[in-house]
Write a protein that binds this ligand. Structure first.
Ligand SMILES: C[S@@+](CC[C@H](N)C(=O)[O-])C[C@H]1O[C@@H](n2cnc3c(N)ncnc32)[C@H](O)[C@@H]1O
Length: 465
């Protein structure tokens, strides 16, 4: 039996039984099995594809088996998902996909179910993707039930994304968004101010890695499927000044640093800094303008990552590790600019981790929104008069975005919302299409090519409430 299939199976079981992240489990499993580069690629494609398309494959397996997916034992389910991906998502010949899956089932699962695996996969292989999509649509109980299976997203996430798009009058974009979540993201670099090379020149220098100075961030260089490490070296940027970073994250950090001119000596705080992507942007901007950054991160391990990420701009950044809800995080100071890049559900970055959408639960939301509100309340108490706070999430879920922000504004009359749309519009490399009419910004994978970052700016009135 092919060792790549066994490795993919083990990774899916790691994800299912041990809550592992596929991208972290894969390298160890590949190493242990001694796979060569070709088989490692096959194992990666099998595991990632079966995870990403799990919702669609499960519905197809149900339709083929005439049985609910939960009523199939966990090991057999994993074998079937891998088989379905070979049949429908890869170019594996049908007989090879079926035979290899039956052999895998004999090896890792209930041998008595080998005939069941054979029958279900043969039936799946008899219809094309288009035919399966038509059958899924016919059997669906509602439009969103069909979407959940066709686009492989849990229904509650579809509803959350639909609500967020509807709030901007852009509900018609839902299917494009779900499709973008299923595409591999284009990798971007940030070329930080002070890199010693312009963004355009860095892109040109790294053109062999597919680099182009495109995307919405003025610091952004897209490298697509190019090798990031090679592109960074080729870019000619000073060490630490070229980093892999989503362009939505770049814009979020720049919205705070460029909302108004920086006065020398300004004090900035990055309250939830780990692993330090936005801190690096804040640090570079602060160094150039004579400001200083305090970067706080509750997890000590992640605080170390922040320290590493600001290696190029360390002179402008001090890293500390406290709970952002405690006074210690603030060191007794008031800050001119505060970034609250809050812990969130991460529904805006589903395209990055194939298993993420299946792991999140709606029941995660109340605890997260409480934490977001508490962090914002403490941060507000340490915002200097006239200071600006950026509230950022990598989630478009309204409960984490506008609802949390509106509650903050209601409870703190000393705060006033600033037009983040105008700021981001000004900062962006080219005209940026933002929906809705609120002052905050919601970026989207399908529209902007970024993670679905939410960016709001509030100012503490200089004269008090
Ligand atoms: C969305 S991530 C921040 C990403 C980061 N700003 C970047 O751009 O790389 C949220 C971070 O908040 C941290 N965090 C969670 N609870 C916290 C708390 N109570 N106080 C401070 N940080 C917290 C998490 O450990 C996580 O690293």
């Amino acid at each position: 039996m092919s060792p790549a299939r066994l490795v993919a199976y083990e990774v899916l079981q790691d994800v299912e039984e041990r809550d592992s992240y596929a991208n972290l489990a894969l390298p160890g499993r590949i190493r242990d099995a001694g796979l060569d580069a070709r088989d490692a690629g096959l194992a990666t494609e099998l595991a990632a594809g079966a995870l990403r398309w799990r919702g669609r494959y499960d519905r197809i397996i149900e339709l083929s088996a005439g049985r609910e997916i939960e009523r199939i034992d966990a090991r057999t389910r994993t074998v079937l998902r891998l088989g379905a991906h070979q049949l429908l998502g890869m170019r594996t010949a049908a007989h090879a996909a079926v035979n290899e899956s039956v052999e895998l089932q004999r090896r890792v699962g209930n041998r008595a179910a080998a005939g069941f695996v054979n029958g279900v996969l043969r039936s799946i292989g008899r219809a094309s993707n288009d035919e399966w999509d038509a059958r899924i649509a016919d059997a669906a109980t509602s439009a969103n039930d069909a979407r959940a299976a066709l686009a492989s997203h849990p229904t509650w996430i579809i509803r959350a994304l639909q609500d967020a798009l509807r709030a901007e009058g852009r509900e018609a974009e839902l299917d494009a968004l779900l499709a973008a979540d299923n595409d591999a993201p284009r990798v971007s670099l940030a070329i930080l101010p002070g890199a010693g090379v312009s963004v355009a020149a860095a892109a040109l220098a790294a053109a062999e890695s597919g680099a182009t100075a495109t995307g919405p961030s003025p610091l952004g260089v897209e490298i697509g499927a190019g090798d990031p490490a090679r592109a960074i070296t080729a870019s000619g940027a000073r060490p630490g000044y070229a980093r892999v970073q989503d362009q939505g994250s770049q814009l979020a950090a720049l919205a705070l640093t460029r909302v108004r001119p920086v006065r020398r000596g300004e004090r900035w705080l990055d309250l939830c800094a780990g692993p330090g992507g936005k801190t690096a942007v804040l640090g570079a901007e602060a160094l150039a303008a004579g400001a200083r950054v305090r970067a706080n991160e509750v997890s000590e391990h992640r605080a170390e990552l922040v320290q590493r990420s600001v290696s190029g701009v360390a002179d402008a950044v001090e890293v500390v590790s406290f709970d952002g809800r405690s006074d210690d995080a603030y060191g007794g100071e008031a800050f001119d600019r505060i970034l609250v890049d809050a812990p969130c559900s991460g529904l805006g970055a589903l395209r990055r981790r194939p298993e993420a959408r299946w792991r999140k639960q709606p029941s995660d939301l109340p605890e997260l929104t409480r934490l977001q509100a508490e962090l914002l309340r403490q941060a507000t108490a340490h915002l200097a008069p006239g200071g600006v706070l950026a509230y950022v999430t990598c989630s478009p879920h309204l409960a984490e975005t506008r609802v949390t922000l509106d509650r903050l504004l209601r409870d703190h009359p000393e705060l006033r919302e600033i037009d983040a749309r105008a700021v981001v519009g000004e900062v962006a490399r080219s005209e940026i299409d933002l929906g809705g009419a609120s002052l905050s910004v919601q970026l989207w994978p399908h529209r902007h090519g970024t993670d679905a970052m939410f960016i709001a700016l509030v100012e503490r009135r200089a004269t008090g409430a």
